[in-house]
Structure formats: structure tokens, C-alpha cells
Design a protein around this ligand. Structure first.
Ligand code: ADP
Length: 323
């Protein structure tokens, strides 16, 4: 393959820019022509496409978000939308795509291949770490560090005032941000959708801590694990402990990418471009990922069918260290 397009789709994540830079520079170094597509699948349909070179990606490695912009596009999920997208690629001579996004973007990429024969390599870019086929997604490490920094700040105040706090973090249905930030931040309780804990047990924990003289508790709660305000009410009613709720929201999505995310961006980019470079028959429809610190690639369908990444080991450690 000699000519590729690159787009970012779905939610933005820190490290997307570092990844765009790596894709463009590595592909150009290997003799490819690279086109940047604005606003994900929407730009593909509308023909918002420009040629990129090494200079178009200078001074972006350290920036969060995505210079290509990102969007959610319902038209693309229709047959007519996909055909339009494939047509605007053909009009520019683009043979395949690098798609940086999450599971929805990968479903779209799989459909685009099955329906219109467009080859692509998907790179997992989402802070949620909610893709079971890869140990880590781009942006997760940075987001966890952002949450940790917020927990550190909150703890100063909470400890000084003997207050407790529920810190609600992102992750959709996945508890990884809460689990990793909770363990690394020394949270007293970690609430994740994969391991439901009853309100009784949460209150018992708080009461047990109170008996030990520990009045300042940090509860890290994944957004998919329930309603933080409702839980706050229950805790106040049943334990009498003063507890606040802090929803970190979109500050988790931005910020300069961590070293880990920048290195991951480069490694993902190289494998994705290599897949397309070697694809003379235009038959590649794969995602890249990382398992046990090795870069892997896998068909969209196989990768998307995987479930249960399971962080039993980390959860068990957190349970012991929380006490
Ligand atoms: P993410 O990629 O972060 O999971 P979304 O789920 O919003 O984000 O998906 C991004 C875009 O991918 C959607 O706006 C849509 O254009 C496309 N998409 C998602 N699911 C499908 C699907 N099942 N078929 C075709 N396109 C899809």
C-alpha cells in the first residue's frame, strides 16, 4: 500500500497527537503518501482531507486532544454513509486507513471493510481502557495520572478537616481508571462495575475506619459503578460521617500525554503502518494492541469479541492495602 489516510474518532484521548505524528513520520519515511482526515468518519464522508508531511505534525507530541479533531457521526453507521466515505477515499487515491479510536470506531472500521472493502489498521485511543484485547489503550496512563493528582490535592483538604470524599472518575462501563487510580492513590474504597459492593459493606468499611480513628476516607468510584450523590446520602444517613462528592469529569480527558502514552503511541503507530505497508492485496482489517509489553495485532472481530481483561490481582492487592 502506498497511500493512506489517518483519522481520530470517538472520544479524544491524550497521546492521539503523538500517535498522529508517529504515523505520519513513519509512513512518509517508508515512502507512503499520508492524508489527514478531519473529524473522524464525518470528515471522510464530507471529503475534509488534506495531505500531511513531517512538518504538519511538528510541535504536537506534547499536546492533548487531537489536531485532526474528532466527532461522532451517525450517518457513517448507515450503508449510504459508508459508501460515501469509501467514494471520497477513492477520489483522493487513498487505499487504506489508520483509525485511532475506541470500540465504536473499530465496529465502524470493520463494517467499512466488510461492506466497501476498505482496509484499515485500528489503534486503541481512549482513556477508558475498556478494550479487553489490549492491556492498555492510548490515554489511559495520562488520565490515571490526572486522577491521582486530583486525589493528592483532595486528600490534603480531607485529612485536614477529617472529611471523606467520593471521587467519581470516568471509564464508562469499565472500572480500570478507578482501580488503577484507587490503588496508586491509596483510596480506602474502590468501587468498580466489575466488582459490585453493597451499600452495607461500604458503610461498614467507613465505620471500621472511624473506630480506628480514621475519619478521612477517599472512595474512588467509577462512573459505571452507580450514582455518587445517592451513595453520599446513604453514607451520611447511616454513618454520620461527613462526606463530599467530587466529579472529575472532562479534566480527565485532557492534558499533556505521559511518557508511557507517548511511547505507546509510537509503538502502536509503527505496527499499524507496517500492517498497511505490507498489505499489497488490500485485505488488512486489524487492530493493534499491547499484551505483556509486546505489540500485537488481531482481526477486528476477534479483538472485539474478547471480554474480561480481569484485574483480579490488582483488586485483591487494593483490598488489603486499603485497610
Ligand atoms: P469510540 O470509538 O470512542 O467508542 P463511538 O462509540 O462514539 O466512540 O464511535 C465513534 C463513531 O464510530 C460513531 O460516531 C460512528 O460513526 C462509528 N460507529 C460506532 N459504532 C458503529 C457501528 N456499529 N457501525 C458502524 N459505525 C459505527
Amino acid at each position: 500500500m502506498k497511500s493512506i489516510g489517518i483519522l481520530t474518532s470517538g472520544g479524544d484521548a491524550p497521546g492521539m497527537n503523538a500517535c498522529i505524528r508517529a504515523v505520519v513520520r513513519y509512513a512518509v519515511a517508508n515512502g507512503m503518501t499520508v492524508f489527514g482526515i478531519e473529524k473522524g468518519y464525518e470528515g471522510l464522508i464530507n471529503g475534509d482531507i488534506r495531505e500531511m508531511n513531517g512538518r504538519s505534525v511538528s510541535d504536537i507530541i506534547q499536546r492533548g486532544g487531537t489536531i485532526l479533531k474528532t466527532a461522532r457521526c451517525s450517518e457513517f453507521a448507515t450503508e449510504a454513509g459508508m459508501k460515501k466515505a469509501a467514494e471520497s477515499m477513492r477520489a483522493r487515491g487513498i487505499e487504506g486507513l489508520v483509525i485511532i479510536g475506541g470500540d465504536g470506531s473499530f465496529r465502524g472500521a470493520r463494517e467499512l471493510f466488510e461492506l466497501c472493502g476498505v482496509p484499515s489498521a485500528g489503534i486503541p485511543g481512549t482513556i477508558d481502557n475498556d478494550l479487553a484485547y489490549t492491556d492498555y489503550t492510548l490515554g489511559f496512563d495520562t488520565a490515571v495520572n490526572t486522577v491521582l493528582s486530583a486525589i493528592n490535592n483532595l486528600r490534603d483538604t480531607m485529612t485536614s478537616h477529617d472529611l471523606a470524599n467520593i471521587v467519581e472518575v470516568m471509564g464508562r462501563h469499565c472500572g480500570d481508571i478507578a482501580l488503577f487510580a484507587g490503588l496508586a492513590g491509596g483510596a480506602e474504597t474502590i468501587l468498580i462495575p466489575e466488582k459490585p459492593i453493597s451499600e452495607d459493606e461500604i458503610c461498614e468499611n467507613i465505620m471500621a475506619n472511624k473506630k480506628k480513628g480514621k475519619l478521612s476516607n477517599i472512595i474512588v468510584m467509577a462512573e459505571g459503578a452507580g450514582n455518587a450523590e445517592a451513595l453520599q446520602k446513604v453514607i451520611i444517613e447511616r454513618t454520620g460521617v461527613q462526606i463530599r462528592t467530587t466529579r472529575l469529569g472532562h479534566i480527565q480527558r485532557g492534558g499533556t500525554p505521559s511518557m508511557a502514552d507517548r511511547i505507546l503511541a509510537a509503538r502502536f503507530a509503527v505496527r499499524a503502518v507496517d500492517l498497511l505497508l505490507a498489505d499489497d492485496d488490500l485485505k488488512v482489517a486489524k487492530v493493534v494492541g499491547i499484551r505483556n509489553n509486546k505489540i500485537v495485532d488481531e482481526e477486528y472481530s476477534v479483538a472485539l469479541a474478547r471480554t474480561n481483561k480481569g484485574h483480579e490481582d490488582l483488586y485483591k492487592i487494593a483490598k488489603v492495602l486499603c485497610t
